[in-house]
Write a protein that binds this ligand. Structure first.
Ligand SMILES: C[S@@+](CC[C@H](N)C(=O)[O-])C[C@H]1O[C@@H](n2cnc3c(N)ncnc32)[C@H](O)[C@@H]1O
Length: 248
């Protein structure tokens, strides 16, 4: 399913996003990465958490999760789906307007070891640099951001006229937007994300959504085969060793 393009209620979304084997595999792969890059007891922020499918999984594995989403209906679904973890204090829903998310002094949960964003919330953000500026105030000093974003090279999208119309723009600018139901849907290259996350973060690693490596020049070949790609951002000035030591 092209998760970001279909406006649905939280309940309808939760059913649709679990319907296809490829989406279920992609979620399981992302969740596995999250568990590898965090430890039981760590504080996680799930940005664009939607119906809470991931928050539930992370809480089951001992993480303390704050979920943030702008959508009321998604948040309502999450409150039911994760109710036992909310009651136990291991999932804390944070629902607010996006401007409030960017500017609030009071944030539930303190500093986060890992900020996650699965199934493309970052593709719905116009000002990615502003979002990473906010992430810098929310992440722990060696905190990470792990995001699943739409691959701009996904060959399956080549059947759409908008993909061809924007191919030159992607080559020249590294990004383009198509209008969605409630916001723009951005496609960005890894290089564009690498530039947009500065100066607070740097793009440390990228994988295609089936977790095959993206080693450089041939990267678009990996990325053409999956609708999603996974990007790992580290705080600027931190080394892989600090966080690697945290991996179980
Ligand atoms: C495709 S859904 C992904 C939901 C969930 N992360 C998952 O894995 O199924 C994208 C989510 O991003 C949320 N979203 C859109 N704009 C947002 C924003 N500015 N801030 C936070 N969440 C946003 C939507 O409400 C939606 O829940």
């Amino acid at each position: 399913m092209n998760a970001v393009t279909r406006p649905t209620t939280g309940a309808e979304y939760a059913v649709a996003i679990c319907a296809e084997e490829s989406d279920r595999r992609c979620r399981a792969t992302f969740q596995q990465l999250v568990l590898e890059f965090s430890r039981p007891g760590d504080a996680l922020l799930d940005f664009g958490a939607g119906p809470g499918l991931d928050a539930h999984c992370y809480a089951e594995h001992g993480r303390r999760v704050v979920t943030y989403d702008v959508d009321v209906d998604m948040s309502r679904y999450l409150e039911t789906y994760c109710r036992e973890f909310i009651a136990a204090g291991s999932v804390t829903p944070w629902h607010a307007a996006y401007r409030q998310f960017l500017e609030a002094d009071e944030v539930p949960g303190g500093r986060f070891a890992l900020i996650t964003a699965n199934f493309a919330p970052l593709n719905l953000i116009d000002d990615v640099t502003g979002l990473f500026r906010r992430f810098a105030t929310l992440a722990a000093p060696d905190g990470l951001v792990l995001a699943s974003v739409l691959s701009p090279y996904y060959a399956g999208d080549a059947r759409y006229a908008w993909w061809w119309r924007n191919a030159a723009r992607l080559c020249v600018h590294g990004r383009y937007a198509v209008p969605g139901a409630s916001s723009n849907i951005w496609r960005r290259t890894p290089a564009d994300f690498a530039s947009a996350c500065k100066p607070h973060f740097h793009l440390a690693q990228a994988w295609a959504g089936n977790r095959t490596g993206v080693p450089g020049r041939a990267s678009w070949l990996h990325l053409a085969r999956c609708r999603y790609m996974f990007l790992l951002f580290r705080r600027a000035g931190t080394s892989p060793q600090g966080r690697a030591a945290r991996r179980a």
